[in-house]
Design a protein. Sequence first.
Length: 396
Amino acid sequence: MVEEVVSTATKENRTTMTDAAVNPLKAGLEDVVVSPSEICYIDGHKGRLIYRGYDVDDLVAQSTFEEVTFLLWQGRLPSRKELDAHLKALASTANRKLPPKLIAMLKMLPKKTTPMEVLRTGVSALSAFDPDAADNGREATLRKSLRLTAQLPTLVAAWERIRRGKAPVAPNPRLNLAGNFLYMMSGKKPTPLATKTFDIALILHADHEFNASTFAARVTAATLSDVHSAVVAGISALKGPLHGGANEQVMLMVEKIKDPAKADAWIHKALADKARIMGFGHRVYRVEDPRAKHLKRLALELGQQVGDTSKVQILDTVVRVVGAEKHIFPNVDLYSGAAYAAMGISTDQFTPIFAMSRIAGWTAHVLEQHGNNRLIRPRSDYTGAIDLKYVPLSER
Ligand code: COA
């Protein structure tokens, strides 16, 4: 009897198992359209990325991360007056600083706690201190989104200092978000090239349509949960090595290869061993990720500034071999780590840095979801048994 029931859930007739009108199964929801959205467009065949109508290449050339956050949240570019007010709010100490009790809480964590664990825990705790915590209206969510965007760099930098036994550095309201982050990490004013590179990296990571972490944030928001909870969901999804964690894995690979002269043989062996090469492949792009070229250029410029271009040389060889053997292209995570490493940033901070930027996208998506909400509740393709006869414990 059991076998018979199980056999009804085979591949051939599995769509009949669910009583709703069901689409054919798409593993990993590949190409499934979940909802309309006006925030971000990806052309996977032409390799284009558009935020609110603007090509990311133009934003990299002419905009700033701060302006991009306004664009993503408000749906349009700001006037001079609006931008000035926005810059002031994002840079203010009131918005950037962490509650002293949160710093005390960070100091209680074991030093081995990873920066992503700290970020996930810290954002969750920040909601307890937020004056708008109980208000889920659009204006309050905008204020919370801005505060979180201003607080995240302080949180990431504070943990870097605390885990090294140093005192956190107070935010400097005269520095932009990128420059201030680098300053709070090291205690030294960053070079203009480092600040500009970091700002561009933030622009490039700010949004990417319905990627896994944004979808997680939207699913959370769609229950009418608050923006802090949605961001915690986003951080949790970003943490995995198939998503934001890939940039750390790329750098671990570069560290293993060490010498550009050994890269060719190393990567051939990895491919022969059927290894998944981090920083390559994408669910949507069928050509090179449009963000990769910017990060490659910046990683090279920064490498030249610090007198070490070996990481970029290793990655260039990896790109050549993986492209020829597997016909897959670099994604955003391939070169970003080499740029961050040239700024002296530890490898396990790469994914938190990704989150410091993607917070702009997550929060824009929460605002959009709340603006036209319906609970996100898909169906499963049930392949288990049905109608099993319950056997009392005494008879098993
Ligand atoms: N290294 C080696 N092979 C890869 C690969 C990679 N990075 N990415 C994809 N492939 C291969 C798979 O082995 C598979 O080949 P097969 O059909 O012969 O089995 C094929 O390409 C499709 O891979 P699949 O995992 O089904 O694609 P996906 O759309 O589910 O995965 C990613 C997309 C991003 C998860 C995937 O490309 C990956 O794991 N990349 C590495 C992690 C990474 O860089 N993530 C950051 C994304 S921005």
